[in-house]
Design a protein around this ligand. Structure first.
Ligand SMILES: [Zn+2]
Length: 195
């Protein structure tokens, strides 16, 4: 396993890293989000270099004046279609949903579906979070509270939350819907889907 970055910096999210100076990272054919296959070039042992090696994950590079003094950040998104979905200016990562939802600890399982539609000339994204609670409690007030908490905590760009993109008009407020039965159990369930 190649060691590509500094130990994760406390100022960054858990999928963001400052690249090491001796590792050159490029993004192959970045899309409109700046996301593409991560390619690395580095000397693995003395005199032996890897050039533009595909590590198999998608990611993006951005500049950020980190309080630690470093400014280059690699954000690792994972595998397209499994680990994240793209929606109207946002990238929704399952790991980030799982992080926020574990912190909230307000329900037992979830699946989320996303779609986008035009509001005038502008593409807007929306999402429905389907929630299962073992105790069966699910009131409209609780649904609104969960939606508000997720919007506040969930990062959907390197620096902005779902709620901030609602303010920008790129996303709509989340809908939360309670389901009466547990979700079917798979090997490794994909919890985020585009419809
Ligand atoms: Zn830092």
């Amino acid at each position: 396993m190649l060691d590509l970055s500094y130990a994760s910096c406390g100022n960054l999210l858990n999928n963001q890293y400052h690249p090491r100076e001796d590792v050159r990272i490029t993004i192959h054919e970045p899309d409109e989000h700046g996301a593409g296959d991560i390619l690395i070039s580095t000397e693995v042992v003395r005199g032996m270099r890897l050039e533009e090696y595909h590590i198999g994950d998608v990611g993006r590079l951005f500049e950020y004046s980190c309080p630690c003094g470093k400014s280059s950040v690699l954000e690792v998104l994972g595998r397209a279609g499994f680990d994240y979905v793209k929606l109207a200016g946002a990238i929704l990562r399952q790991e980030e949903f799982d992080r926020v939802i574990a912190r909230l600890n307000m329900f037992d399982d979830y699946r989320a579906t996303f779609s986008s539609s035009y509001a005038g000339a502008r593409l807007q994204g929306q999402g429905i979070v389907h929630i299962y609670r073992k105790d069966g409690v699910g009131t409209p007030a609780l649904a609104r509270e969960i939606a508000t908490q997720i919007e506040k905590e969930l990062f959907v760009t390197p620096t902005r939350t779902w709620g901030q993109l609602v303010e920008d008009g790129l996303l709509l407020p989340l809908d939360v819907v309670f389901v009466p039965k547990p979700f079917p159990v798979g090997n490794k369930p994909v919890r985020l889907r585009l419809t």
